[in-house]
Design a protein around this ligand. Structure first.
Ligand code: DC
Length: 230
């Protein structure tokens, strides 16, 4: 137990934006360039959704999800420059990236009790070191003291193309690019209009539209601003 009140608190770089904007690629890249642990907050909402589905909870029943979410137990381990998550001792892997999870994660992540639980987990990760955290509300709500914040965006077409290509590469392409785009837009709508911590551009965020930029070009912009803040 820490009795001095000097618990280690790593610094945070926040990368927010909609699905398919390239947050994971950029957060991982910046993490490895600057020696920060990569944290994927969306994966925690996906884990909540997977756990709820496995427990036969109706993801659209906010009261049932709120009651269930406090019982989900996730452990954290540092692996390959990132914080990895263990659910019942196992990493969930691609089980959290299926179309079924995509369809249910937005209603689950709307529930305030779910957001409180995920935020508690995220806050505790600061004890692990300096972090680069990707999500929707990281710079605006979860870590208002982030030392640098970015809002990564791209056109819906580019985002759907990237997500579809990722699914093809993993051999998980159950949907056409058009269907991916429709699902992504539906999620964008829920994520940006929900009452609690909607997707928004945080005050002071550097906004980057990556539609016509390469990964290296985006990394260079994020690296320059981050180095100035570290
Ligand atoms: O980044 P992602 O697509 O894996 O996120 C999955 C869902 O989780 C997304 O639809 C919205 C939600 N989410 C959120 O509400 N807040 C975050 N900080 C991260 C993700």
């Amino acid at each position: 137990m820490n009795t001095t009140g000097n618990a280690k608190r790593g610094r945070v770089i926040a990368i927010d934006g909609p699905s398919g904007a390239g947050k994971s690629t950029i957060a991982r890249g910046i993490g490895s360039r600057l020696g920060l642990l990569h944290v994927d907050s969306g994966a925690l909402y996906r884990i909540m959704t997977l756990a709820a589905l496995r427990a036969s909870i109706d993801c659209n029943d906010a009261a049932a999800v709120a009651d269930f979410c406090t019982r989900v137990d996730v452990r954290f381990v540092v692996r390959n420059g990132a914080v990895a998550y263990l659910v019942n001792g196992e990493e969930p892997g691609d089980a959290i990236r299926t179309p079924e999870i995509n369809a249910n994660v937005s209603p689950v992540s709307k529930v305030p009790e779910v957001r409180a639980k995920v935020n508690e987990w995220l806050h505790s990760m600061r004890a692990l070191g300096d972090l680069v955290v990707e999500g929707r509300d990281i710079g605006s709500v979860v870590f208002p003291d982030a030392i640098a914040r970015f809002y990564l965006d791209a056109s819906p077409e580019a985002r759907a193309r990237r997500r579809h290509l990722e699914e093809v590469a993993k051999g998980m392409a159950a949907q056409s690019e058009e269907a991916v785009k429709a699902a992504l837009r539906a999620r964008d709508k829920i994520d940006s209009t929900r009452k609690t911590a909607p997707l928004t551009i945080a005050d002071g965020a550097v906004v980057i539209d990556s539609t016509a930029l390469s990964i290296d070009e985006v990394l260079a912009i994020v690296e320059e601003h981050s180095r100035a803040a570290l």
